[in-house]
Design a protein around this ligand. Structure first.
Ligand SMILES: [Fe+2]
Length: 394
């Protein structure tokens, strides 16, 4: 067989697509399955980006989506290959062929070296450069005894073959340095296998919030995809509250109650895999009672109404993981473009804070989107709802 850039490229493109199909075989080791679908996402990335924008990121993770992405990528790379392989008119045919090969080799070598360097940085360095963002949230009607409440939000641990406990532990140490009273965790604790709930539990046991049992969590799509019933077995013994369409009230005495005055903490179900219902979760709360809502997928802000929300806390998009100059985030698992990439967003009915998360999913890199531990200090306000960035608290 005579090798050429064309043959090599198509072997990688279609070979990785085939392997991505096989990554659904659950008996294979987790790291191997992750490598298989991540390689397909990288080699088919032009098709994945376009289909993600046209339909949804969720579609690109289906078999039909993977097949469509490979076909679309083939259509896009074919003209480039033809340009590289075009004969040079000013040379006789017998001399043109070696020239073409040399040009293709130089182009390929330059591009591969650059990509390999960027990939190594994005995988080994930026993925682990955790950052604390700090802000104050001024809430009307917050009880004076809850003024100054320190809250840490962390989403998307994605414990799994890539996000190892040793990678994530520095984020939990940063969270501890924030001296939180409460820790809120809006979903996606594992990646690829329910086995990793044990690692998530081990990491969460390191959290010691000031309020006893002060860890509250809700579920994400990856928790559903990976044996969520095992999550209940593994995480329930820990001193935390699992909120699926449930709420608790943090009383002025800083205890958790079923009802009464204080701060309402509400956990909604996941949008893709569960049945989130905001109106049901808020029903019966006094109209002026301050409330924070944990909801993994920020698209919920566009879809769910039926009650006042002071702030929805979400993750899911990971900030897009990759942010390119002038292009933004090429792939974002949201139906609303770049709107819910990260940070404070004004939803149609209430504000949402989208944290960039700790781990990675899809492809195992971050570039221009550092992982985030979110710190929020709650303050009572006479002047209405107000949000203010703070200097670093750690
Ligand atoms: Fe996630």
């Amino acid at each position: 067989v005579k090798w050429s850039p064309r043959r090599l490229l198509y072997l990688i493109l279609w070979g990785s697509t085939l392997l991505a199909f096989l990554s659904r075989l659950h008996f294979l080791p987790g790291w191997f399955r992750f490598a298989m679908y991540a390689s397909a996402m990288i080699s088919n990335c032009p098709g994945v980006m376009i289909l993600g924008k046209l339909f949804s990121y969720h579609f690109t993770r289906t078999m039909l989506g993977e097949l469509s992405a490979a076909c679309l990528t083939t259509l896009l790379v074919e003209p480039v290959l033809r340009w590289i392989e075009r004969p040079l008119r000013h040379l006789p045919p017998q001399e043109a062929a070696p020239q073409v090969t040399r040009r293709a080799l130089l182009l390929g070598a330059g591009a591969s070296t650059g990509l390999a360097g960027l990939g190594a940085y994005s995988f080994a360095i930026e993925r682990k450069r955790f950052e604390v963002t700090s802000q104050a949230l001024y809430l009307p009607n917050l009880h004076p005894k809850l003024d100054g409440l320190r809250v840490v939000v962390m989403a998307d641990l994605h414990c799994g073959p890539v996000n190892r406990p040793g990678d994530l532990r520095p984020a939990l140490q940063l969270a501890a340095q924030c001296k939180p009273d409460l820790v809120l965790l809006p979903g996606d604790f594992v990646h690829l296998s329910g086995d990793y709930f044990a690692e998530a539990a081990e990491l969460l046991s390191l959290l010691k919030p000031g309020i006893s049992n002060g860890i509250l969590m809700s579920w994400g799509n990856h928790d559903y995809w990976n044996e969520i019933e095992r999550a209940y077995q593994t995480l329930s013994p820990l001193p935390l509250h699992l909120l699926r369409q449930q709420r608790l009230i943090l009383s002025p005495g800083r205890d958790f109650e079923e009802s009464g005055p204080g701060l309402a903490l509400v956990g909604l179900d996941d949008l893709w895999e569960g049945k989130p219902d905001l109106a049901q979760a808020l029903r019966g709360l006094p109209a002026q009672q301050p409330r924070l809502v944990l909801c993994h997928n920020p698209d919920c802000a566009e879809r769910l109404s039926g009650g006042r929300v002071d702030l929805m806390l979400s993750g899911h998009t990971h900030g897009g993981q990759i942010r390119l100059p002038g292009m933004g985030t090429p792939v974002l698992p949201s139906r609303y473009g770049q709107k819910y990439a990260s940070g404070l967003v004004a939803g149609p009915n209430y504000p949402v804070y989208v944290t960039r998360g700790l781990g990675v999913g899809g492809i195992p890199v971050r570039f221009g989107v550092r992982p985030e531990v979110t710190f929020i200090e709650l303050r009572s306000s006479q002047k209405g709802w107000h949000w203010q960035p703070l200097e670093r608290v750690t």
